[in-house]
Design a protein around this ligand. Sequence first.
Ligand code: ATP
Length: 326
Amino acid sequence: MSDVVIEVSRVKRTYKTEIGYIKKKRKEVDALKGISFTVKKGEIFGLLGPNGAGKTTMIKILTTMLTPTSGKVSVLGLNPVTETKLLRPHINFILGGERNLYWRLSAYDNLAYFSDLYKIPLSEQKERINELLELVGLKEVAHQRVETFSKGMKQRLQIARGLVNNPEILFLDEPSIGLDPVSARKLRDIIRQLNNNGTTILLTTHYMFEADELCDRIAFIDKGEIVDIDSPQNIKQKTDNVSVIDFTIIGGNDMKINQLSSLPGVQHVQTKNEDILTSIKLHTNNPQTVVPLIYETMQEVVIQDLSITKPTLEDVYVQLIGGKVS
Ligand code: ATP
């Protein structure tokens, strides 16, 4: 039997909208432009990409909420468009920023409510809910109203909510958005534990270190297309002989900054402006030659804090997705 649990083949999704109030104009957005990938049973698979890349659209298609314009999708061997009812009991999802909890109910009662929706027999509910509250560290506050919870606690309860039906695949759209580092780490521990217990996880995140830490494989998406797909290690190895020269300049002009990208040996330039300071990252496989050239190009400009490091997953991401961030 194949161990592929998600198969996406040449999937396109176009949104048709109208813009303007008086003179209405039709507008089409190609959110996905023919995406293909597979996810294997037991994997943690990450979808990464900038705002508007198409990540949420992909998750909505996989979780039966949206129909693709064309292409083929299979989740657990089922078609999410035509076999919705068969598929839904076996998957669950937590979409970022979603307020799918009843704040006036306790954590326990929220989970009981969602267990009812999934038709979990009453005889099984109590044990399952207690297990889930234990897993997400909310057993002590099980009977406290959700409105008294911190953001991290609410997010952990969301995870428990997504597990009431013991899904084979859990879809998480930006699970740790807005969480402090300690809460985000707790959440990552829960995700890992779930995965160790056999749940396949597909998640989107904007946090590269999170993807690096959690994911077995990652797909980088940009403007509706996959630009790379591999394990975090392999993605980083692709830039094994690359160094990142990181520095800040005071008062440089665009012309000088543009000159940096044409220096011999420079593969990529990324800039970020903050008032009169500009942070610059150069990717090169020959830092010894490039560093003196930087000083030569940047005459009359103050250069601060120059360092040479190895690329992080975030550097690779920026190189693949494109340069200028602000
Ligand atoms: P983010 O990281 O910001 O959540 P994303 O990668 O999840 O972004 P999507 O939300 O899938 O991206 O959006 C992909 C594109 O489709 C964007 O250009 C977005 O504006 C557009 N889009 C999404 N939903 C709709 C909709 N209901 N109607 C029209 N356009 C839409």
